[in-house]
Design a binder for this molecule. Structure first.
Ligand code: DAH
Length: 347
């Protein structure tokens, strides 16, 4: 009779040396499998006399149970070791400093635009946006710019490689003024149905484009257009609205404004608006901030309104200029270079 104790001891040693679950199953087969050493012993029982068979059988079964117990123990050990390994690998080091998520911020020009919008909303102006790719008609013709106006030349205007239904080339709008006509055409019609509504009282901020690039000009820049048309809107209203705008924007109640005669095809008379601060580094200097004027009767007609009855003002102001004055920035190109050291200062 083979030494059962040594078979059990052998099994224990082998199991203890194994660290892979698959190998453990192979080792099990060597003892308890179909041709395993314990199984073979069981098969010899049949040839033994009854009494001896009982004694031997019991001993072999004991050995078998001992091996199964050793196997189960090792399985548990391996499973626990695996779990501990995983926990260690996936452990969070709660003492590590956190990773801050960086907050985005508005670009300084967009901050200015939002500020301008809220000032005008507070005095009842609508805010409208329109296309940056514009037709020749809206950008020039409807605004009374003659065919041979220099602004229409290739040197000043970016043309797009496409044309409108009239066969005229499309272009990148050179100012926000085409929004006067786009907005007015729609709202003049609404006004005819609801005459109690002011026909047109709107600002239109947005991107504009010109072939121009130096410290105070960028090929892409921003303007805000203002337009107020009703039966009795005068230059006095323009002055009141614009001064309120400047004083609110710069938070300076003592800003003064002056109107200098000028020329724009879509206004008559036309004026440049200069402002002067009452304090600070720019104190007392006249600074040009806007074009403006009384909307030309031909343009009012293009709005779909009778110029004998409707009158009002328009203005167009550069948002870069306002931003530069507000923050004391000397070079307009800084806005569009994407240098975070510059931009973060406004966050
Ligand atoms: N569109 C003009 C420009 O870009 C600015 C301007 C002048 C707009 C007078 C107006 C205006 O509405 O009345 O130079």
């Amino acid at each position: 009779m083979p030494d059962l104790d040594s078979i059990v001891a052998q099994a224990r040693t082998q199991f203890a040396a194994i660290s892979e679950p698959a190998q453990l199953e192979e080792a099990k087969a060597r003892f308890l499998g179909k041709t395993g050493s314990v199984t073979s012993l069981l098969k010899t029982l049949g040839g033994l006399p009854a009494e001896e068979r009982r004694v031997q059988g019991e001993a072999i079964n004991h050995a078998k149970q001992a091996i199964e117990a050793a196997l189960a123990l090792r399985r548990d050990e391996l499973a626990r070791a695996r779990m501990e390994q995983r926990l260690a690998a996936e452990a969070l080091d709660v003492t590590l400093p956190g990773r801050n998520s960086q907050r985005g911020a508005l670009h300084p020009i967009l901050r200015t635009q939002r500020r301008v919008e809220s000032i005008f909303r507070s005095i009842g102006f609508d805010v409208a946006e329109g296309p940056e790719i514009e037709s020749d008609w809206y950008n020039f013709t409807a605004l009374n710019s003659p065919e041979n106006h220099p602004a229409r030349s290739m040197q000043d205007t970016f043309y797009v490689d496409a044309s409108d239904s009239a066969g005229k080339p499309l272009l990148l709008r050179t100012h926000t003024s085409p929004m006067q006509v786009r907005y007015a055409k729609i709202h003049a019609a609404a006004h005819r149905e609801h005459p109690e509504m002011a026909p047109i009282k709107v600002i239109a901020p947005g991107r504009t484009y010109r072939v121009d690039s130096d410290a105070t000009h960028s090929p892409m820049f921003h303007q805000v257009e203002g337009l107020w048309i009703d039966e009795d809107i005068s230059f006095a209203d323009l002055k009141g609205v614009f001064l309120n705008f400047m004083r609110a924007f710069f938070e300076d109640e003592h800003i003064v404004a002056r109107f200098r005669p000028s020329y724009f095809p879509f206004t008559e008379p036309s004026a440049e608006i200069d402002i002067a601060f009452s304090s600070g580094p720019m104190k007392g200097r006249w600074l040009e901030v806007s074009g403006s004027g009384q909307v030309h009767p031909d343009v009012v007609r293009n709005f779909g309104l009778d110029p004998e009855r409707y009158i009002g003002f328009a203005f167009g102001t550069g948002l870069e200029r306002l931003t530069m004055l507000r923050y004391g920035i000397g070079d307009l190109r800084l806005f569009f270079e994407g240098d975070l050291r510059f931009l973060r200062q406004f966050a």
